[in-house]
Design a binder for this molecule. Structure first.
Ligand code: CP
Ligand code: NVA
Length: 306
């Protein structure tokens, strides 16, 4: 357990928590979900506030954090650069010093991961990565919870990532390290994940260029949009590069008979995923999205009640 004197615990990547801590958070998420279903009122964050800085759009992340804080008896404040001094050039370090003297934790969704690290270095309270260009660790908490709820232990299984070597892919690589699964990454040349992040996984993640080969016998197939937020102008060129990297029914048939399909959403049916795949019974995308609420509540409890 962390000692408060050592400063706040942050969640900038999955590697900020140990395997044991991540597993605790995920099983706690399932407990918290059951408590809500049972109508149990549980307010460990009564009177506490989460500041949420969004430099990019969001549906799931915003609503899940805001609802989670409400259910826990606390409050969340939505901050956009359009309406705050952040959008007028106030240094991120100054914003961190100021905001962290008023709120009890801060979630940030931004572009440059280094900005998030800078903010965290100057914050007196826990900082949570709500997505950067490099990582999306909160989504992985929900994905790991969803796999566990549907299929049990993911350790020792094979997961296939199809598409861009992006923020989600990087977080899957970290998840492979922490949860002990094998990750096959099927991405077109030129769209590989950061080689340093792959190397650090020490063999837990490998590039398998052909998506049909990568899906062979896999227990979980995951994809994401071809053009992430901030890459909108590359949409056409990417659609061309990724044409052979759509998750199809045929590809899912290559996977294990019990394979699940996941997508962090929002999805583009007919681009990265065939409509029949996302709407099929082995697709758990709605549970995956819903679990954002429970997984992040477990994370907030972990970071804010220590
Ligand atoms: N998956 C995800 O983070 O969704 P939002 O962009 O809607 O928050
Ligand atoms: N890779 C996507 C994920 C959206 C939740 C993006 O960064 O836009």
């Amino acid at each position: 357990m962390a000692n408060k004197d050592l400063g706040p615990r942050h969640f900038l990547t999955l590697l900020d928590l140990s395997s044991v801590e991540l597993r605790q958070v995920i099983s706690r998420a399932t407990e918290l979900k059951q408590m809500i279903r049972d109508g149990e009122i549980y307010q460990p964050l009564l009177g506490m506030t989460l500041g949420m800085i969004f430099d990019k759009s969001s549906t799931r992340t915003r609503v899940s954090f805001e609802t989670g804080m409400n259910q826990f008896g606390g409050a969340a404040i939505f901050l956009s650069p359009r309406d705050t001094q952040l959008g007028r050039g106030e240094p991120i370090e100054d914003a961190a010093r100021v905001l962290s003297r008023m709120v009890d934790a801060i979630m940030i969704r931004t572009f440059d991961h280094a900005q998030l690290e800078s903010f965290a270095a100057h914050s007196l309270v826990p900082v949570i990565n709500g997505l950067t260009d490099l990582y999306h660790p909160c989504q992985l908490l929900a994905d790991m919870q969803t796999y566990a709820e549907h299929r049990g232990e993911i350790g020792g299984k094979t997961v296939t990532w199809v598409g861009d070597g992006n923020n989600m892919c990087h977080s899957y690589i970290n998840a492979a390290r922490r949860f002990g699964f094998k990750l096959r990454i099927a991405c077109p040349e030129g769209y590989d994940p950061d080689p340093e992040i792959v190397r650090a996984a020490n063999g837990a993640a490998e590039i398998v260029r052909n998506p049909m080969d990568a899906a062979e016998g896999s227990h979980l197939v995951v994809t994401d949009v071809w053009a992430s937020m901030g890459q909108e102008e590359e949409q056409a060129i990417r659609a061309n590069a990724f044409a052979d990297y759509q998750v199809t029914t045929k590809m899912m048939a290559q996977a294990d008979p019990d394979a699940l399909f996941m997508h962090c959403l929002p999805a583009h049916r007919g681009e990265e995923v065939e409509a029949a795949v996302i709407d099929a019974k082995d697709s758990v995308v709605w549970d995956e999205a819903g679990n954002r609420l429970h997984a992040q509540k477990a994370l907030l409890e972990f970071l804010m009640t220590r």
